[in-house]
Write a protein that binds this ligand. Sequence first.
Ligand SMILES: [Zn+2]
Length: 112
Amino acid sequence: MFDYQSFNIRERESFWKFPTHYDECMEILDKKFDSFDLKDSSNYGINEKNELVFIDYGMSKQLYNEQWVPAVERGEVPHIEIHKCDICGIRKEIRIYGEADNDRRCLECGKE
Ligand SMILES: [Zn+2]
């Protein structure tokens, strides 16, 4: 985890190609547009040349800090943790709703 972002796309660089000017674009989005979670792989698609295509702007850092984080703390929206699912036993992303949530089932095993 880097700078509160959930997954750094640079960690799996060999799986895809970075388009020309990728770093410059990320810097502009970060500095001028207050973008957030720019390096989360779920925000990208891959084109026919196996290059990353940024598809999801998501939310601004300001919105994240002022509204998303408090909503997560209240348990209104989930945050994602990696756990072994209590039902299927596979280690994967589990949605957690607040600190009191001990339900460790994955989406496929019925947790929403
Ligand atoms: Zn499961």
